[in-house]
Design a protein around this ligand. Structure first.
Ligand SMILES: [Zn+2]
Ligand SMILES: [Zn+2]
Length: 450
């Protein structure tokens, strides 16, 4: 693996169905691990490192404002772990008056506890948000009551530490996903210009039909006379913690600048463009991304460039894991919220249990093949294999780069991405175990404000 190219990666300006990448979203706050005893006093479990510079009252108010919520019953405080969900949906549909649509949503959400990103424009809606189950589902239900959105696919997953987004951003946005040059000029509202969506079960069958040995072998199989191409339409760093077997690492660290299929000399084999040299008429291109929206957008561009057989995984990987379990999938799913990474078992559904699908099971042999000569699940600093398939942000608040790091390197570099960053005056302390940091603004506004 060539480290310098990976080191150059930053998540700041990236994001497909997200808008600021995972950059600003530190992991679940350590505060949610606090517990309250019967007398109502708060205590931290042993060995939990906190921030001495934060005064206790501030912390206490944040604890109460956060999940778990405290309810008083007959004079005694009891703790109730309220269930939080992350919900996502999008739809391309003509919205004649997007500003009015935004106002309607604002009015509905006023009294509800919803954080996240909800964007609306003439081409439709794109939303990822978190909230207590009741509020989170009420909003989705309310949306579906509008005939424009009745058939929208609403996807949910648990958020174990309360909100997965720092605040609510609900507004008109010229591009529903960040994409160079915007998306308003793209024919998103014309289904014939988008790829054909495949339901997850159909997607799985297609992958089965494809010769897996072939898919697993080296790059030359990506070009010339192939009838089948599996295209990961995400960022390289997302591939690094999980992907479909046989999908090559996207050679981009920023989806919005993706230019697959744009190679000037399309008969040339290009390292950075898996679509270079592809027979546009006779190759089935199977595209996937996290929730489906990036593929839908990108497929219109490929359609305009003459690619004829375009298919997308309907609802993206999250929908697939929910419906089919982890069959054909390796590793975890990168998500653009404070959870950062979801193991396939997150989506364990009763239906899957009944079907007896092996969820979360990883075939060691296949893992071996993926580890071989790739950046999959490797420390970006020392290249050793990772136990935890989850990124972290650089401890240096002024760098904040998103990267993969082994526990040794975390210790050695104090959570930084490089030795330069360890000299910063604004270093966030490394927290125990798999915890990342408190929310970004806590450090900016409280810890480091001098
Ligand atoms: Zn390392
Ligand atoms: Zn750094």
């Amino acid at each position: 693996m060539h480290l310098s190219s990976v080191m150059a990666m930053r998540a700041t300006s990236c994001g497909g169905n997200v808008h600021r990448g995972a950059f600003l979203f530190a992991a679940p706050p350590p505060i949610s691990t606090h517990r309250q005893n019967k007398k109502g006093a708060f205590f931290a479990p042993k060995n939990l490192s906190l921030f001495p510079s934060l005064n206790w009252e501030k912390r206490r108010s944040r604890i109460i404002g956060c999940c778990p919520r405290v309810h008083r019953v007959e004079g005694e405080a009891i703790e109730e772990l309220e269930e939080f969900l992350v919900v996502s949906f999008y739809k391309f549909v003509l919205i004649k008056d997007p500003e009015a649509e935004v106002s309607k949503h604002q009015a509905f959400l006023e009294e509800r506890d919803i954080h996240g990103r909800i964007y609306v424009n003439e081409q439709g809606i794109n939303a990822q948000y978190s909230g207590p189950r009741k509020d989170a589902l009420a909003y989705a239900k309310w949306l579906k009551d509008d005939h424009k959105f009745t058939d929208i696919l609403v996807q949910t997953s648990p958020s174990l530490n309360g909100h997965a987004f720092p605040r609510l951003k609900l507004r008109y946005k010229p591009s529903l996903v960040q994409f160079e040059g915007g998306t308003l000029h793209l024919p998103l509202l014309d289904p014939s210009m988008r790829a054909t969506p495949l339901p997850p079960s159909e997607w799985r069958k297609r992958l089965e039909v494809a010769n897996e040995d072939d898919m697993q072998s080296e790059k030359e199989n990506f070009v010339h006379n192939r009838k089948f191409l599996l295209l990961d339409v995400r960022n390289g760093y997302e591939w690094d913690i999980g992907h479909f077997k046989g999908a090559h690492r996207p050679n981009v660290d920023c989806f919005r600048g993706t230019s697959f299929g744009f190679s000037a000399q399309e008969n040339q084999v290009s390292d950075s463009d898996p679509l270079a040299g592809i027979d546009k008429e006779n190759t089935d291109i199977l595209m996937y991304c996290t929730g489906g929206i990036r593929c839908d957008v990108y497929s219109t561009i490929l359609r305009q460039r003459g690619f004829q057989n375009l298919y997308t995984l309907s609802g993206g990987v999250s929908n697939y894991l929910q419906s089919e379990g982890s069959d054909k999938w390796i590793g975890n799913l990168f998500v653009f919220d404070s959870r950062l990474s979801l193991p396939p078992s997150t989506y364990k559904s009763e239906e899957n249990e009944e079907k007896g699908l092996e969820i979360g099971y990883q075939n060691e042999q296949i893992l071996e093949m993926v580890y071989h000569n790739s950046t999959f699940a490797r420390c970006y600093i020392c290249s050793s294999r990772l136990v935890e398939f989850r990124h972290r942000n650089c401890a240096n608040l002024d760098c904040n780069r998103l990267f993969l790091c082994c526990t040794n390197c975390v210790q050695e570099l104090r959570g930084c991405c490089c030795s330069d960053c360890t000299n910063s005056s604004r270093l966030r302390p490394v927290l125990q175990g798999s915890q990342r940091y408190q929310k970004w603004h806590v450090y900016r506004d409280e810890v480091f404000r001098q």
